[in-house]
Ligand binder design. Structure first.
Ligand SMILES: NC(=O)c1ccc[n+]([C@@H]2O[C@H](COP(=O)([O-])OP(=O)(O)OC[C@H]3O[C@@H](n4cnc5c(N)ncnc54)[C@H](O)[C@@H]3O)[C@@H](O)[C@H]2O)c1
Length: 373
């Protein structure tokens, strides 16, 4: 199939391109490279032996999309382009509306005009808001608490409406916390500036490009007091998207979580990373962030049923592949002028350093309420 992949040069998009090509599809990337590097398509080619087609432009540019859909005889779209930072969305909600919602509108109008009716949409666990029950099932109430989550839900609602008209085949995939990198180390999570997500911060602290990690909250009702999330390997996520494309042969409407179904705490992730990399990771506890919840992890049952997909890769593989990628891209960050905006609160600084393996069942609270150091 000829597949247009918006945001295909980004973190998730680049790994998805690799899997698309590996599965025998043709990948046409539409990306404005606002948060990805021009070199990414070449790296995809190095991995797969096949260069994706690249259309450099904005997902809000309907004329460009119309042109791309026709020129490359596109049969399906994977829509990943957009902004993804929760804190940024609170500072600049208009951009999230404009790019995430406006971009999706332009894409959908162009798809209707060109009669391209197969779509996989990258949604997010952010549509749920604070969990009322765990694991989070797809019918959990939707209550996004920030403009990012609201932008994702707004697009979901439009897709539901479109689906009701009977022409489209749509898969909405609610991603939990993708981490890791392709095992080649040629592509990975490469945010511009100081990363907002935990894993890229951890790996940059481990390699010495950031001085210390801030762990937000040590008094949550979790096994060790730090927040628990559902981390999944980005290659598992890439495979899920290809399986969603295929599943649309059988089903017109799919809406599933993509997670492992298991929660991992920040401190467990730090320990796993430290063991894999052999590096000390200094960290400091900081107050909880506004809007953060203690635990958030997916029910993975519906994805298994609808996509015949489950996340296969372990936390160790997520850390190993991130570290491999980080070491390979070492030179990129050897800029002495790189600002370190993370304040050092020295009185409570700790190090995570090969402190024995974490609990096998991270969702279980320690009976005595003792903090794992
Ligand atoms: N990474 C996560 O933790 C996560 C979790 C849940 C959902 N998602 C969703 O998955 C998608 C991809 O996320 P990612 O982590 O790969 O992000 P990313 O920032 O690495 O990739 C997004 C890509 O979209 C491109 N882009 C941004 N604005 C654009 C525009 N106006 N026109 C064209 N291209 C544009 C960027 O250049 C980038 O290559 C996003 O929609 C995000 O909301 C991500």
């Amino acid at each position: 199939m000829n597949v247009l992949i918006t945001g295909g040069a980004g973190y998730i998009g680049s790994h998805t391109c690799v899997e698309l090509i590996r599965a025998g599809h043709s990948a046409i990337i539409l990306d404005n490279f606002s948060s990805s590097k021009d070199s990414v398509p070449d790296q995809i080619a190095r991995i797969t032996g096949k260069h994706p087609i690249v259309v450099k432009g904005d997902v809000r540019d309907e004329v460009l999309i119309l042109w791309a859909l026709t020129s490359y005889r596109v049969e399906a779209v994977i829509h990943l382009a957009g902004l993804k930072s929760v804190p940024d969305s609170m500072l600049d909600p208009d951009s999230y509306k404009d790019i995430n919602v406006g971009g999706s509108d332009a894409l959908l109008r162009a798809m209707v005009t060109r009669q391209v009716y197969r779509l996989v949409y990258a949604s997010s666990a952010a549509v749920y808001g604070p969990p009322l029950s765990l694991p989070i099932k797809e019918d959990h109430p939707l209550a996004p608490r920030n403009p990012y989550g609201q932008s994702k839900l707004s697009v979901e609602r439009k897709l539901e409406e479109l689906s009701g008209q009977g022409l489209f085949r749509i898969a909405i995939l609610r991603f939990f916390n993708p981490v890791g990198a392709h095992q080649s180390g040629l592509i990975g999570d490469d945010p511009c500036g100081i990363p907002g997500n935990l894993m890229p911060q951890v790996s940059r602290v481990a390699i010495g490009h950031l001085p210390i990690l801030q762990v937000f909250g040590n008094d949550y009702e979790t096994l060790d007091g730090s927040a628990v999330r559902d981390y999944l390997h980005v290659m598992d996520l890439a495979i899920a998207q290809i399986q969603a494309l295929d599943a649309l042969d059988r089903q017109r409407w799919i809406r599933v979580n993509l997670g492992t179904g298991r929660g991992v705490s920040v401190l467990q992730l730090l320990r796993a990373f430290s063991e894999v990399s052999g590096k000390s990771i200094p960290y400091v506890f900081a107050p909880r962030r506004l809007g953060d919840t203690a635990q958030c992890y997916a029910s993975a049952e519906l994805a298994l049923k609808d996509l015949q997909w489950r996340a296969e890769r372990s936390l160790e593989e997520m850390c190993k592949d991130t570290w491999h990628w980080q070491c390979k891209t070492l030179n990129q960050y050897q800029d002495p002028g790189l600002p370190s905006k993370i304040p050092v609160l020295s009185s409570s600084t700790r190090m995570v350093e090969d402190q024995g393996s974490a609990s096998k069942n991270p969702n279980e609270r320690h009976g005595n309420g003792k903090k794992v150091p």
